[in-house]
Ligand binder design. Structure first.
Ligand code: BEZ
Length: 315
């Protein structure tokens, strides 16, 4: 976080301005890429000019490629609509009241966010996927394209809400801190995420199959499935009074073949492999988990475990 770009806490407009500045910074990164491409076409000039050589060497420093999950709204709608359909219990725990200001962290395609808005609340969604943000905006929602750990909202919200998103955010303390900062005094943070042991069978197969191919399967794992003690402790340390927190095993019937789930959610694992090996990798994962997750009639069930909580800011 660049401190000089940080807006004063409490200012919603300043937060928007900050997000805009971040967007400009990514445009700047694109300009650097253009410059690098130009230099690639001018190798001769570079060889003659020491300053150009120096600049080119800096631009060519290896970049850390993020193996970030990418989202596709269409695929999500087909293979993962159950994620929002099963959001009723956490929505009930949030108990939104008309007129409340609510921040939905990791709002995805906005289907659940819209349900909160339909209670008469003023809702702001946050998501780092441009594709999801575009879909959510089509529902008429206000959405900021940013990661949760880069959110800079001041204390303007009555509640921070999140469904099925926090387990993608390994920098949990930063995210919890940002949520706390976005809340008015005694505001609530109500969320559901994958909890300890979630998709254990699926995850073991994804990791083991990468290991077998000579890769580090654990390193590719994008998920963080905490225990009650772990996440509850982090919430308490950030100034929350944790009034409810529970780990809930929830075997989840899938809408079709598990391949739909694998292609929707497992981009971080397949990204490790050359494109040509990815389909075979997923087929091998499917073969490994079939005895445990597919019944005699061909119906697939994912071994989900939820962590659900309601925590209130102490001050
Ligand atoms: C979950 O919602 O728990 C989940 C979703 C995708 C992958 C893993 C877990």
């Amino acid at each position: 976080m660049n401190r000089e770009l940080e807006p004063p806490a409490g200012s919603f407009e300043a937060a928007e301005l900050y997000q805009l500045r971040m967007a400009l910074k990514s445009t700047y990164a694109q300009r650097l890429q253009d410059l690098q491409d130009m230099l690639d076409f001018n190798a001769e000039a570079e060889a003659r000019n020491p300053r150009l050589r120096w600049a080119a060497a800096r631009l060519r420093r290896p970049r850390v490629e993020s193996q970030a999950q990418t989202w596709n709204s269409e695929g999500y709608d087909k293979n993962a609509r159950f994620v929002t359909d099963l959001g009723a219990p956490v929505l009930e725990l949030l108990a939104p009241k008309p007129g409340e200001h609510i921040l939905d962290v990791g709002c995805g395609d906005g289907v659940l966010t819209k349900k909160i808005a339909d209670f008469g609340c003023s809702v702001v969604g946050v998501d780092s996927s441009a594709d999801f943000v575009a879909s959510a905006r089509k529902l008429g929602l206000t959405v900021v394209e940013t990661s949760a750990s880069d959110m800079v909202f001041g204390p303007v919200f009555d509640a921070v809400f999140s469904n099925a998103a926090l387990h993608w955010m390994k920098d949990a303390d930063v995210v919890i801190g940002r949520a706390a900062r976005a809340l008015r005094p005694r505001g609530r943070f109500v969320a559901e995420m994958g909890g300890h042991g979630c998709v254990k069978t699926l995850l073991s197969a994804l990791i083991e199959e990468l290991d077998r191919r000579g890769h580090d399967g654990h390193a590719a794992n994008p998920w963080y499935f905490p225990t009650v003690e772990d996440y509850g402790g982090r919430l308490a340390a950030a100034g929350f009074d944790v009034r409810y927190i529970e780990l809930i095993p929830r075997p989840t019937p899938l809408p079709g073949d598990v391949m739909g789930w694998l292609t929707t959610f497992c981009g971080c694992f397949t990204a490790v492999l050359p494109e040509g090996d990815r389909a075979d990798y997923l087929e091998c994962v499917r073969d490994r988990i079939k005895p445990d997750l597919c019944d005699a009639t061909g119906k697939w069930t994912a071994d989900y475990v939820r962590l659900r909580f309601a925590a209130y800011l102490r001050h």
